[in-house]
Ligand binder design. Structure first.
Ligand code: FAD
Ligand code: EPU
Length: 335
């Protein structure tokens, strides 16, 4: 189906104005191939929910929005089930499907916006779980050969907010389905501090996966802005991984700095904490700014220009470098 509106604003959660030459949706592989063939000389951008992109200028090319649906059981035994999920399915709808069927593994990832097809792009993660923990394989169309190829876990090269599709295979494939392994005997993962606190305050001692899902939704709603009301793309930056020497030097001044072990020599710091300490939290510049409750989230209060938001991110990167000696990396895909 051709979409008549070529302004990308309504297809993204940041909600900034930018025009594309054409915008189409596709709900099956034949349609996708037809569109890729028809526009083979133009740039393409694949979008799911548009919740991890910031347009800083018009897109001189064709936007293809993935709407491939369907959930299929491809393997099942007493312990687990493998579900092959259409890339266009809304991620949280898939999570709710699993929670309702009492299939464990993705409940900690409740309420992350976007599509199933984008979930491997940055190995989405939250509250102690990443999709690599439940990932079996994915299918993707090679945009050059038009063949469907399969990627197992190791060929996806998952890392913290990373995969091969953000690096060496960037823009070369369209992910059409992802297969996940869900457990019929779910193990509850409530290791993340905020989950435990919320369970305790609700008086829940033996949580079910439904409890975990509900608690995660409540925590997320309490700190992250709702994109329907305030434009944003979640964390704008990644949490930096630094050497223990850098941690020591920050701790000399701020003993309370949150840090999480990575390996013998490295720790992960909270970029939100660094940005807050540097004085940016809640800063507002007319139509855009840094969110009041979560300094890692840059926001569009309405009518902001993508380039202004990008420039704000540059200022923050510069300031954190000069104050802490750490270079923040953007998580959001800049178009
Ligand atoms: P899009 O924004 O549409 O696309 C993202 C990138 O993937 C683009 O480069 C696009 O070209 C590419 N892409 C999309 N679909 C395909 C496909 N089928 N094939 C090939 N390339 C594709 N992320 C987390 O990891 N954890 C969180 O806790 C989290 N919380 C968030 C909270 C909020 C309020 C918001 C707005 C975002 C949050 N995010 C989080 C970021 C975002 O939800 C995820 O990155 C999500 O996976 C993006 O999905 P999407 O379909 O919207 O991707
Ligand atoms: N913090 C501050 N000030 C802030 C924000 C955070 O001091 O303004 C501190 C918190 O007090 C806490 C620490 O930083 O000690 C971590 O905060 P939080 O638990 O809110 O998580 P985060 O590191 O800010 C990450 C992910 C989120 C994910 C949550 C929960 C990244 C870049 N972000 O945020 O993912 O939902 O953990 O697991 O890894 C996203 O990727 O878009 C995203 C929202």
């Amino acid at each position: 189906m051709s979409v008549t509106e070529n302004n990308v604003k309504k297809y993204t959660t940041f909600g900034v104005d930018a025009n594309a030459n054409e915008v189409y949706t596709f709900s099956n592989i034949d349609r996708l191939k037809t569109l890729l063939n028809k526009y083979s000389k133009e740039r393409h951008l694949i979008l799911g929910g548009g919740s991890n992109v910031l347009f800083t200028e018009d897109f001189d090319g064709v936007i293809l929005i993935n709407k491939i649906l369907g959930i299929e059981t491809v393997f099942e035994d007493n312990e687990s089930i493998h579900l092959k999920v259409g890339a266009g399915i809304v991620w949280h709808k898939f999570v709710l499907h699993c929670v309702n069927e009492e299939l464990g593994g993705v409940e900690n990832l409740s309420f992350i916006p976007g599509s199933v097809g984008a979930s491997p792009m940055q190995n989405i993660g939250a509250y102690g779980v990443e999709i690599k923990n439940v990932f079996v394989e994915l299918e993707a169309i090679n945009k050059e050969s038009m063949e469907i190829e399969r990627f197992d876990k190791s060929s996806c090269k998952f890392g913290y907010r990373e995969s091969v599709f953000k690096r060496e295979l960037k823009d070369k494939y369209v992910i059409t389905s992802v297969t996940f392994r869900l457990s019929k005997k779910p193990k509850i993962n409530s290791s993340y501090g905020a989950i435990n606190e919320e369970l305790r305050s609700r008086g829940i001692k033996n949580p079910t996966i439904k409890d975990i899902s509900e608690v995660v939704i409540a925590i997320r709603q309490s700190k992250l802005p709702d994109p329907k009301k305030i434009g944003n793309a979640g964390s704008f930056f990644k949490n930096p991984i630094v050497t223990k020497n850098i941690l020591d030097s920050i701790q000399e001044k701020f003993s309370e700095v949150p840090n999480y072990p990575v390996d013998d020599e490295h720790v992960k710091l909270a970029a939100g904490w660094l940005i807050e300490k540097a004085g940016w939290k809640g800063k507002t510049f007319d139509t855009y700014g840094v969110h009041k409750k979560q300094a890692l989230v840059l926001v569009n209060y309405g009518g902001a220009n993508g380039n202004e938001i990008f420039k704000l991110s540059e200022q923050i990167i510069f300031d954190i470098k000069s104050k802490f000696g750490i270079t923040l990396e953007r998580e959001v895909n800049i178009i």
